[in-house]
Design a protein around this ligand. Structure first.
Ligand SMILES: Nc1ncnc2c1ncn2[C@@H]1O[C@H](COP(=O)(O)OP(=O)(O)OP(=O)(O)O)[C@@H](O)[C@H]1O
Ligand SMILES: [Mg+2]
Length: 400
């Protein structure tokens, strides 16, 4: 009997142990399962977030890049641009520069455009084409000429810009010997406004873009005027992305246009945003005097505009004698002295003494504003004598 009891107790103990072990196994299985569920839930949540971010960005990094770089620029076929310009007819030529001919054209949707056809696809031309397209698709300012699109097939490189009905500023300051040149000159008020708008274009490049962009070929033919004579800065083919903080770029090949290149850049290849400020000063002198930057037909002391004008700019008496006779005294002495002082600072031989473009803008703003107020109050006696030029380029046609 006692043996039987002992056997039964042992059986119960074994059973209890089995139950305890089984429950323990079940609990650990449950714990493991819930941990698995927790982890996989977390992973799938993360995956979902990444997927959503990818979708919002356009699918993948490559796509994001592709999307942002292509934004806003239209790709044209050569055929489209051929028909927009009436087969690149001579009658649609509005100018010619180092890149090639510039044609007026009309797109299928009726938009007037200026089309630059590259003469030959040399290495320098190819580089300028790339710089122009890459920079202009990123830069947007009302004071910069807008690039609408381009055509780049094996044999042809073309740039399509908004059309500026009054062409280059130089055409309105002195005869340039082309069939498009204009005999009537810009009035004083318009010259001041053009100076301010061009300054704002350079200010945008130097101070609102990171890293700053140095134009490198700022000149009067790269300041274009629309049908209302508002100015925009054009031609970034020679532009350089860089900073003036780390001492600028040193280049062995000096690019730019004679008469506009800053002395330190011409002598040492040292390029900073202050090189553009010098070129801007030369354009300001063109606006004041109506003279070209270099004129070998003048007497030796007068051949270089900067050397001739600089000593006169800060002399109140002498400065009045350098003014463009075509302005017929539309200006006040106070305005002239101020603009001459800005020009004198911009063309300082020492780059560090030149102002920032933001300073130039600040100095010109009150002059332009004053002029507007005066015109309104007096009923614009001075502006009535001003000669507004017609819009010589404004008859865009797609054929002869
Ligand atoms: N967007 C435009 N709208 C109207 N006319 C334009 C336009 N772009 C250029 N032009 C005309 O074509 C002319 C030549 O311009 P282009 O930029 O090819 O040469 P450039 O500025 O004279 O010299 P460079 O090639 O050395 O810069 C300008 O002076 C202007 O009259
Ligand atoms: Mg140009």
């Amino acid at each position: 009997m006692e043996v039987e009891d002992d056997y039964r107790r042992k059986q119960q103990l074994v059973l209890l142990a089995i139950v305890v072990l089984a429950s323990l196994a079940l609990v650990s299985l449950l714990v493991a399962f819930s941990y698995y569920c927790y982890i996989s839930n977390k992973v799938s949540k993360r995956l979902k977030i990444r997927k959503r971010a990818d979708l919002e960005d356009g699918g993948s990094f490559e796509n994001v890049k592709e999307f942002s770089t292509e934004k806003g620029l239209q790709l044209f076929t050569f055929k489209q641009l051929h028909s927009a310009t009436g087969g690149f007819s001579k009658s649609n030529v509005v100018g010619h520069g180092s890149f090639g001919h510039v044609y007026r054209g009309v797109l299928n949707d009726g938009r007037k455009v200026a089309i630059k056809l590259m003469d030959q696809a040399g290495k320098q031309g190819e580089d300028e084409f790339k710089v122009e397209v890459e920079l202009l698709r990123r830069l947007h300012s009302p004071y910069l000429l807008a690039l609408l699109g381009y055509c780049s097939d094996n044999n042809h490189k073309l740039l399509v810009y908004e059309f500026m009905a009054n062409g280059g500023l130089q055409e309105h300051l002195y005869p340039v010997g082309s069939s498009n040149s204009i005999s009537v000159k810009l009035d004083w008020e318009t010259r001041l406004r053009v100076a301010l708008e061009a300054a704002k274009g350079l200010e945008y490049l130097h101070e609102h873009v990171c890293p700053p962009v140095i134009h490198r070929d700022f000149k009067s033919s790269n300041v274009l005027l629309d049908k209302n004579l508002h100015a925009k800065v054009s031609d970034f083919g020679l532009a350089k992305i860089g900073s003036d903080k780390a001492g600028g770029h040193v280049s062995t090949r000096v690019l730019g246009t004679q008469g506009y290149v800053a002395p330190e850049y011409a002598l040492t290849g040292h390029l900073t945003t202050k090189s553009d400020v010098y070129s801007y000063g030369v354009v300001l002198l063109e606006l004041l005097t109506g003279r070209v930057p270099v004129d070998m037909k003048r007497t030796p002391g007068e051949a270089s505009l900067v050397s001739w004008a600089l000593p006169r700019l800060t002399d109140r008496e002498r400065v009045m004698h350098i003014m463009d006779p075509a302005l017929e005294g539309q200006y006040s002495m106070k305005d002239v002295v101020q603009v001459a002082a800005i020009a004198a600072m911009c063309v300082q031989p020492e780059a560090d003494y030149r102002p920032l473009m933001a300073d130039v803008v600040q100095s010109l703003v009150p002059l332009v504003r004053n002029y507007r107020t005066t015109s309104k109050i007096i009923g614009s006696s001075s502006s009535s004598s001003a000669t507004k030029s017609p819009a010589p380029h404004d008859n865009a046609s797609s054929g002869d």
